[in-house]
Design a protein around this ligand. Sequence first.
Ligand code: GLU
Length: 485
Amino acid sequence: MESKTVRTRFAPSPTGYMHIGNLRTALFTYLLAKKQGGVFILRIEDTDQGRYVEGAVDVIYKTLRRAGLQWDEGPDIGGPVGPYVQSERMGMFKEYALQLVESGHAYYCFCDKDRLEEMRKIQQASGMPTRYDGHCRNLSKEEVAEKLAAGIPYVIRQKCPTEGTTTFHDEVFGDITVNNADLDDQILIKADGMPTYNFANVVDDHTMGITHVIRGNEYLSSTPKYNLLYEAFGWEIPTYIHVSPVMKNATEKLAKRNGDASFEDLSAKGFLDEAIVNYIALLGWAPKGENEVFTMEELMQEFDVSGISKSPAIFDPAKLRAINGAYIRKLSPEKFLEFALPYIRESCKREDIDLPLLATLLQPRTEVFNEIPEQVDFIDALPDYDIALYTHKKMKTNSEVALDSLKALLPVLEGVEEWSAEKIHEAVFALIEKMEVKNGVVLWPLRVAVSGKQFTPGGGIELSEIIGKEETLARIRKGIEKLEA
Ligand code: GLU
């Protein structure tokens, strides 16, 4: 069998917002195409939109580009099967619908709002599923011609079979069979002559030569109707891959209002683009091996539809953090500093700080950049800390021990001429040896005195080097003062 080039499409509606779930669909769609040397198409589905959202298409472009998902055909770059914006494809849909009317797979429906409303009420009252009752299904050609001539508004509906079953295959959900009697005669062309999404997606996917359709599983229940349309036209049905939603937890969706559901939200929180993409790939997809950190190239190799799960993916912030941390540790020191600098500067304004040195302390300890301001907030000014911090069981210190240590440290550090971690280290360890105490007895009080904090990016010696000699001595004196008070 001749193998066809894989052609996939990402078909977002321009809402002005790229939900993580949508981006995940885009990523899977991209990976599926790229893995097989195929073509990834961007199609903007702007027909069902209530109102135009300013700049919405740009949000799609920008997010996909930042995520590294470059499309091969799309509205801005064109391609052989354009236009790639649905509203610009309007002309063709009506003709296709009329073909279906001709072949008996669709029909004109002249029911007005009131009648449909009435029908719905009755169905609801009797506990029946609300769907079109087929009132216009069997109008004669003459009746239709008459109504058209009279200018009565109409829609075109799909004529679904009323008996038998329709079975289709989904790569994730397997074979699904539905009773045709349960299928609604959905609208294909609206009263204004525009297609519904339900019709446009079939015509667009076919005319664009799409071989694999990846989309949210909310479309699963409509797929049998799409397939009946493909069959009515005699078109080849694409391979379906429906993916489950990304959830916040077992019951709640990830919602825009929580500020953690879009690529931009996560980026603003200090996650790296590559790490976000890597993490998103793991939402509802499991690689074969243990490794979960992948470059885009590696993802292309690893990605396999068989790893997509039927169950909803739960957004796991801890895992995202861990993956981001792994990416941060892989950055070169220069790159790390470049990313970290704005965050450092949020709380540390001192100009005389050795930033590369500070960065080497921060890099192994940072999982998300937005933690940095809190890590370095002691540099400009010593926080007003509680002397209870000096008590540390494991370090074998308490206020009295700490006071002795700081008093002993002060002259020793005053005597350090070249203020480097190495020299400070030598001096401090000479003192520890002389005092015949455990390291922590001196190191813990030093750390508390210079930082005023329990958790710091590094130990007392490193922090002393960062803040400088004068400041270190001043803070030790301050510590002594506090402990003596
Ligand atoms: N425009 C649809 C959406 O944003 C796309 C559905 C599809 O991929 O077919 O949900």
